[in-house]
Design a protein around this ligand. Sequence first.
Ligand code: PBG
Length: 309
Amino acid sequence: MLSETALSPADFITPLFIVHGNDISNPIASMPGVAQLSVDRAVAESAKIAALGIPAVLLFGLPATKDAVGKENFADDGIIQQAIGAIKAAVPELVVITDVCLCEYTDHGHCGVLDGEEILNDETLEVLQRVAVSHAEAGADVVAPSGMMDSMVVAIRDALDGDGHEQVSILSYAVKYASGFYGPFRDAADGAPAFGDRRSHQMDPANAREAIREVLLDVDEGADMIMVKPALSYLDVIRQTREICSLPIVAYNVSGEYSMVKAAAERGWVDEDRVVNEVLTGIVRAGADLVITYWAPEVAARLGEPSIQ
Ligand code: PBG
């Protein structure tokens, strides 16, 4: 009766990793319980997710081939375009959000077009515009640019509106820290940079005022939802963002945050269900409206049971 914060399946977004092929479910070694899925398997999983009361999925694609720009990223028959079409056809009520970034598609693994070892911000924006429009054409409801390029939100908004996709929303990774917690994801999505790191564009973990500046910029550029990522080491940033921003706030409970708990639970060092409830409740209590989490289906199923304590 006196609990201030209650989790609900409606708080969650489930990430899915999509691969080419049929009837494929490749377990990801560093993320127990998570697998790369072919489109048919992703459709089946999406139906389960929707039936659990989870409102949305976030799609990441693994292309057949990679190149310097990542051409499959904006190909009509690209892996994500196929997945969007198939999921929207089978489970129309499920909100389909797509990752819009270059790193999973480029042979160098960086989030932008390169000149030598430097990312070209404005040339990258042109590619992001093509990717966002291509996802919208395939039926995406929301595009989520995750590359932290300057002006990516306004560039994508312009491109979407110019192509008749005024209804497609933008979930901006406004506050994305250069974090060691993305380690397992880079296995899952095969997107580790071939050299260097992402510190030229992702944020310094030491900075919170800068996060507020990033949020205000993206609000100004036309973002519909704001993301803070990772979640656990940045709960203060989620709280501060909540206080200055009236847009929905989405927190990404990232791969490393998931895998650490899984690893400790496997050793019997923590009780997984209990710790997961605490982790997700903490993120919502800090001010997130929605949480992207690999635990979404498992926790949603548990919340549906009569007693969760
Ligand atoms: C980039 C992207 C990353 C994640 C989501 N989108 C990786 C990165 O920036 O290196 C990480 C998500 C996670 O760790 O769960 N497209």
